[in-house]
Write a protein that binds this ligand. Sequence first.
Ligand SMILES: [Zn+2]
Ligand SMILES: [Zn+2]
Ligand SMILES: [Zn+2]
Length: 335
Amino acid sequence: MSRSASAALLALALVSGCQESPSVPGSLTASQPVPDTPYAVVLGTAQDGGLPQLGCRKDCCEPARTDPERRRLVSSVLVVDPVEGRRWLLDATPDLPEQVERARPYEDPRERAASSGRPPLFDAILLTHAHMGHCLGLLHLGREAYGAEGQRVVCTPRMARLLREEAPWSLLIEAGHVELVEVEPGASLQLSPRVRAEALPVPHRAEFSDTVGWRITTPEGSLLHLPDIDKWDRWELDLREVVRSVDVAPLDATFYGGDELPGRDIREVPHPFVVETLETTASWTPEERARIQLIHLNHTNPLHQADSEAAARVRAAGIQLAPEGGVVPLRARSQ
Ligand SMILES: [Zn+2]
Ligand SMILES: [Zn+2]
Ligand SMILES: [Zn+2]
């Protein structure tokens, strides 16, 4: 059966609206309705070091060592188009093996049936930049672990050069585990007949690579994945305009405020604090603020505790905390 014919069958199967997904291994949420239009699955919400973070013996991390429900994987988002039966992974984190399992219930049945050997795990993996929380997982695609056959990885030319020229990444390319697809910052790529990805250049510490945020557009809805950025006012793009251009926007919420970094000048911390994001968005409409989903939380961030004052303040502002393990529909724009 052709891919488009089976896609039509799948669409028919889902046409009655939502169907229950199987329970997600390691997820904090039980079975959730899966839309018949494109949606995102939040595979992780923590900053690069995860929660608990290595070596932290404080109250932010100790409870997560004994209670798995409090663990948080490193920020990553799965985008699923059930119409085409395709899935794309945004960033390859150190938690990739567990996130592949979390993404498995959202695999297209035809994909499962066709699997033999070590086929690509996703239609493509899109990378934002070279910091460990965003690319380390690629090493699991090599011969010591999965040994992928031609996993497509989409990134900027500068990031691609790093992967091609520096060990151990270069081995992934030489052995054909990874096939690089380059997109210039500011340019876009048709990921499939229905889905487009645009690389938005982002200011962020650039020791090894440049950084982009990915704007994913489908006919029914869109998403901006922006886990790491310097302060909002250092961005050449206007945050409000960009958020208005999408339906769902997972944004950098690494630190809630300056208290998490005693002894550091908060103006020099290269992330927008959540308190600054609240200020920046205070004049926006509630509908615009509702598109934001905060991700990439440092282990010290009080937003990891749902009952914290900080979380209450964010909720009162009508901004969402990205639900780890949760399904977020990319709804049609209301304007
Ligand atoms: Zn990061
Ligand atoms: Zn901690
Ligand atoms: Zn980074």
